[in-house]
Design a binder for this molecule. Structure first.
Ligand SMILES: Cc1ncc(C[n+]2csc(CCOP(=O)(O)OP(=O)(O)O)c2C)c(N)n1
Ligand SMILES: [Mg+2]
Length: 300
């Protein structure tokens, strides 16, 4: 697989992945939109620039491990894996269909490249901590990258895993928290307040970094530095916008668990293509301004 090194090329890949998320969810007629779009920039940076992996040999023994604890955001995992070459992109259109390898929540026995089965929230951090501990016992230097969400910090199991990981000084465990402030039925701080999460993790004896989860340059540098993490497990709190890239979905918790309709798909794709053209520096055929400045293309 080709590593992508330029920030603009990573942003373009993220845009492609967002389009794939939209089309696969629309075809599925069910699933989660907000979380996947919000985490796309980080998945892109991880899989195309940072991760030690081989899409053609998913069981390669020296690979890093990826654990998706908030399994419902798997459309971003599948779209990223397809673009990275784990399986053909056309398979994305089978999302959530009977017999598919792309189950509505990840099923590790269905698709090579998945390390865990997830869906019941709150289990992934424990699984990832166990993997990191086992790698340490075996004196391996691979990293475990665990994605989790703010809403799943309502689950007590997560806090037990935080204690365990700190006790065993699992510096090979890197957790990326999707801090988008939404969960299934509203704002996290209304349902079960979590702030200040950074101070809580620090008090549990973790290293903590907070980043803007859409600043590609910062994401890449943070994930790269994470490889040098010492003494304690690392929590990367990524402030993200749920539904990022599709304006009518952004920051609206009702997009937590629904897919776009056909009409909404067209609107979303028009917006994402406009962004793609702006990144590429393409000029509008109607007004010949750069798309970034033009107001006359579809969706306006
Ligand atoms: C143990 C468990 N309880 C409830 C659910 C149902 N559920 C699925 S997603 C979700 C909201 C979790 O919040 P978060 O992951 O922050 O949502 P997002 O930011 O992706 O909208 C809930 C309650 C579940 N999957 N597992
Ligand atoms: Mg959330």
């Amino acid at each position: 697989m080709k590593t992508i090194t330029k920030v603009k090329d990573l942003q373009l890949m993220a845009n492609t992945i967002r389009q794939d998320i939209i089309t696969s969810l629309t075809e599925a007629k069910s699933g989660h939109s907000a979380g996947p779009l919000g985490m796309t920039d980080i998945f892109t940076a991880l899989y195309f620039n940072i991760l030690k992996h081989n899409p053609k040999k998913p069981q390669w023994k020296d690979r890093d491990r990826v654990v998706l604890s908030n399994g419902h955001i798997c459309p971003v995992l599948y779209a990223t894996m397809a673009n990275a070459g784990y399986f053909p992109k056309k398979e994305l259109m089978t999302l959530r269909k009977l017999g598919t390898r792309l189950q509505g929540h990840p099923h590790r026995e269905a698709l090579p490249g998945l390390e865990t089965t997830s869906g019941p929230l709150g289990s992934g951090l424990s699984q990832a901590a166990g993997m990191a501990y086992a790698l340490k016992i075996d004196r391996k230097n691979n990293h475990v990258w665990c994605f989790c969400s703010d809403g799943e910090h309502n689950e007590g199991n997560t806090w037990e895993a935080m204690l365990f990981a700190a006790k065993h000084k699992l510096n090979n465990l890197i957790v990326i928290l999707d801090r988008n402030y939404i969960q299934i039925d509203g704002n996290t701080e209304d349902i079960m307040p979590l702030d200040p999460l950074d101070k809580k993790y620090k008090a549990f004896n973790w290293n903590v970094v907070t980043i803007n989860g859409h600043n590609m340059k910062r994401i890449v540098s943070t994930l790269r530095n994470a490889r040098k993490n010492k003494n304690k497990p690392l929590m990367i709190i990524a402030n993200t916008t749920p539904g990022k890239g599709v304006s009518f979905m952004e920051n609206d918790y009702t997009w937590h668990g629904k897919p776009p309709t056909k009409e909404q798909e067209e609107m979303a794709l028009a917006e994402l293509r406009k962004r793609e053209h702006s990144l590429e520096g393409v000029r509008c055929s109607q007004c010949s301004k750069l798309h970034r400045r033009c107001t006359c293309i579809e969706g306006q």
